[in-house]
Design a protein around this ligand. Structure first.
Ligand code: GLA
Length: 389
């Protein structure tokens, strides 16, 4: 981390000059969701953890009423005027931080003049929340540099709003929550309806967490994601004509018959079935982890993927190849897609002494079947968004 901070500062001075005034350094991680997929916007449970890689931000107040934004990762620096309302720039990476600055403006908190340099090591578009990480590092920085004292849960909601209204992705609250509230070596059990949460020690013993990137760009993710949300809303509407519910997570496994009875459209019915069964699996998985029953946790991860493949249809051939080929390999306790789907990453729990063979064999079979090259990460579980220097 120290080496990264020095590098970031050096780049900051190269870009903005004025070596006499140090920038303040902030950091926000990426996240991986262990189980509980496409449940957050349905008022259900999720079980993510923050990673030990993420986005750093060097930020400095300046006297002029303008915001200078630059990134070591992305082309296209921007200079915008401090304002009471900001407009999104089509296709620009700056929409993530500016969306957050806009949320502050909507609360009547004006940004000071700022120089901002971002630097991240989360693979983009891989479903590990690189966007939420940029949003939350900006939120924490704005909160501190303006002395606003907004609490973390409200910052999370502002990050989510920035993504919903400024970027145009109708995401739930999981990603911004996980990167803000992450805790080293813990996963977080979040009830997305009440926003109550509990930390759970992530003790895998001899096993390793492995993230595998399909390296398939998630082209249509936003539109397909928004389509799934509407299908779930449709299901709520149809069920509500008979039993008043405000979200699908109010239903349990013993209510599944309601879907058969009241939802004629097979697609909408399967979407609702995924949400209800996934919610149950997530609670079962959290209980299994508490009992240190990693085998059951792994089996539930597998069932989660099957449901996302068959009922929710958000996997696709690349994720399915990684998961179904991965499951045939020795030492695999559980493996599933993580995040929105349609590409991005899988998360697997693998016996430590089989981890190297798992990566080698899966790499070969994945390339032979898809023509793509997978990337593997052995992440640690880290802390949430914060000021680091
Ligand atoms: C994306 C969204 C989250 C969540 C997941 C699916 O990561 O940003 O809010 O809906 O997909 O679980």
């Amino acid at each position: 981390m120290k080496a990264d901070i020095n590098y970031l500062k050096e780049e900051f001075f190269r870009k903005f000059g004025d070596r006499a005034n140090d920038p303040v350094i902030f950091y926000s991680p990426g996240r991986v969701n262990l189980i509980g997929e496409h449940t957050d916007y349905n008022g259900g449970y999720v079980f993510p953890c923050a990673l030990d890689f993420g986005t750093s931000l060097a930020a400095r107040r300046i006297g002029k009423p303008e915001i200078r934004l630059a990134s070591i990762n992305f082309q296209g620096d921007e200079v915008i005027q401090v304002s009471t309302a900001y407009t999104a720039l089509p296709g620009s990476w700056t929409n993530y931080p500016v969306g957050v600055i806009n949320e502050f403006a909507r609360k009547g908190i004006s940004a000071p003049g700022l120089e901002l340099l971002f630097y991240g090591d989360i693979p983009n578009g891989a479903g590990l929340s690189s966007s939420a990480s940029i949003e939350m590092v900006t939120a924490v920085a704005m909160n501190e540099l303006t002395g606003s004292g907004i609490d973390t849960m409200d910052l999370v909601k502002m990050g989510q709003k920035a993504e919903n209204h400024f970027v145009g992705m109708n995401c739930g609250i999981m990603d911004q929550f996980a990167v803000a509230f992450g805790r080293k070596d813990h996963a977080i059990n979040l009830n997305c309806d009440t926003l109550e949460y509990k930390y759970a020690p992530l003790q895998l013993g001899s096993r390793r967490l492995i993230i595998t990137n399909t390296n398939k760009r998630r082209g249509l993710t936003d539109s397909k994601y928004n389509e799934r949300r509407s299908e779930c809303e449709k299901a709520v509407e149809l069920i509500s004509a008979h039993r008043r519910i405000s979200n699908l997570s109010e239903l349990t496994i013993s209510d599944l018959w309601l879907l058969d009875k009241y939802i004629a459209d097979g697609v909408v019915r399967r979407r609702a079935k995924h949400v209800i069964t996934e919610n149950a699996r997530t609670l079962d998985a959290i209980n299994a982890l508490e009992r240190n029953d990693i085998e059951t946790f792994g089996r539930l991860m597998n069932e989660s993927h099957d449901s996302l493949c068959t009922d929710y249809e958000v996997t696709g051939s690349e994720l399915d190849t990684l998961v179904y080929e991965g499951r045939r390999l020795p030492g695999v306790v559980g493996t599933r897609m993580t995040g929105a789907g349609f590409g991005g990453c899988t998360v697997s729990i693998v016996e430590g002494d089989q981890a190297a063979a798992f990566m080698e064999k899966l790499d070969a079979v994945y390339t032979s079947k898809t023509g793509l090259k997978a990337d593997f990460y052995l992440p640690g579980v880290g802390d949430g968004a914060r000021r680091v220097e």
